[in-house]
Design a protein around this ligand. Structure first.
Ligand code: SF4
Length: 433
């Protein structure tokens, strides 16, 4: 893809046109006022046929004759479409461990029922995310994961290179081909780690591709960004694998003016500031009760992992799955279990948490605790016992104690199945008393 841009100044200019169109409301206004002149003055290599399909129809309606998209336009659309096709491909990759595969599928189906938004259809349910740092310097007002401030306790690459290599190799055994869709950040910014590129190289060496990387710090780390673009261009890279989340118009204009069209061409720019064309999910710091109704349209989560959140600084592994943000899970994911590890015990601890697949095992005397807010009870209905979840509320309970509270005539098989579905998705968790 990068090669196509490098060999075609026209293609680079078309990508720059699109960047400016989606990131700069003033340019959009200029185009709306006088399409021909705004296009000519900013992008002299492009014609209306090159840009027509990138514009809203209202922009080109004023022209008497139909504008037929040029070959350049069609080729560019094909390249843009790679992002969606690759996302679908990643979603189609499945863990090789069959019990993980079954559990992941149940989470995909469950989330699809819970969250009707378009954003939810784009959740790829990747198998793992590995945090290299703790917290984030981004402090974004919209952070969907409510990242806390960056901890200054950052372990250098030399101290962790071998650990990351063995963590990735262990995950690869069970994740199989889906491992390549994992990533090296979570409620963190990749560029917060001064050695991120070295870790990314380990990822590439073990799994075969550079990891998907989204940074909100690109405008303040321009030298690193340019170096990383160059690094990723050497050898195989996934399409549109380097993404810049832009938190202000200034951030966009810095990238626009300081990177060449060719350097910027392979980047996905995601404008996140007021007046931009994108919206944020109602989760994390964007979550508050008044917004809950808009979750159906904007989406209730940005958490994309149905698998393991591994924190190297905290030395912990958690099994997590996305959910609609709600008061008990404002960051849009549930945690089924967390274990700690040392470099020597990672493999064993990972295996122990994998025992939860495809569903945590329980008996009638296992203590369980309800984790979800009452606003979510509608997601787990039990027709023969409509107030089942209310009976689960409060102190931990066992299935035996729950059954004793139910009126006669309740279908206990249905109660059991409902409880298992809740256990699978972290709406109920096993607790030790
Ligand atoms: S959105 Fe990303 S960069 Fe911003 S605070 Fe959250 S994790 Fe950090």
């Amino acid at each position: 893809m990068l090669q196509s841009f490098r060999s075609s100044p026209h293609l680079c200019e078309l990508k720059a046109f699109r960047d400016l169109f989606i990131c700069d409301s003033r340019f959009r206004a200029d185009l709306a006022a006088n399409l021909n002149s705004a296009l000519r003055s900013e992008f002299p290599l492009l014609t209306l046929s090159d840009v027509s399909s990138l514009l809203p129809t209202s922009f080109v309606e004023s022209f008497k004759t139909e504008i037929v998209p040029s070959n350049l336009n069609q080729f560019f659309l094909h390249i843009l479409g790679l992002e969606q096709r690759y996302r679908d491909f990643l979603k189609s990759l499945q863990p090789s461990l069959s019990s993980w595969r079954d559990w992941r599928l149940s989470q995909i189906n469950r989330l699809r029922m819970d969250d009707p938004s378009y954003r939810c259809t784009q959740v790829t349910h990747i198998p793992f995310a590995i945090e290299l740092t703790e917290g984030c310097s981004g402090a974004c007002r919209f952070c969907g994961l409510s990242a806390p401030p960056l901890s200054t306790n950052i372990l250098r690459f030399e101290q962790n290179a071998f650990l990351l290599q063995s963590i990735l190799s262990d995950l690869l055994v069970s994740a199989g081909s889906s491992a390549v869709s994992g990533c090296l950040y979570w409620a963190t910014d990749p560029f917060d780690h001064p050695d991120y590129e070295s870790y990314a190289r380990v990822f590439r060496d073990v799994l075969g591709l550079w990891p998907i990387t989204t940074t909100a710090l690109s405008e303040s780390q321009l030298g690193r960004l340019k170096g990383f673009i160059q690094l990723r261009s050497e050898g195989r890279d996934r399409p549109w694998g380097l993404r810049c989340s832009l938190r202000s118009k200034t951030a966009f204009h810095t990238l626009y003016s300081k990177l060449s069209h060719a350097e910027r061409a392979s980047l996905v720019l995601i404008p996140q500031y007021p007046g931009s064309l994108s919206s944020q999910a109602v989760a994390g710091r964007s979550f508050h009760d008044a917004d809950v109704l808009s979750q159906n349209s904007l989406g209730g989560t940005i958490a994309c992992v149905s698998g393991f959140l591994v924190s190297i600084p905290r030395q912990s592994i958690s099994l997590i799955t996305p959910c609609i943000a709600e008061p008990n899970h404002p960051n849009g994911y549930r945690t089924l279990k967390t274990v700690s590890f040392t470099p020597n015990s990672f493999q064993r601890q990972l295996a122990s948490i994998m025992d939860l697949f495809p569903c945590p095992s329980v008996d009638l005397n296992t203590f369980l605790s309800l984790t979800i807010d009452s606003s979510q009870f509608k997601l787990y209905s039990c027709s023969s016992c409509p107030d089942l979840l209310h009976k689960m509320t409060g102190a931990p309970f066992t299935l035996n104690s729950l059954y004793s509270l139910l009126p006669s005539g309740v279908n206990l098989d249905e109660v059991f199945q409902c409880s298992l579905a809740m256990l699978q998705s972290g709406a109920l968790n096993v607790v030790k008393l």
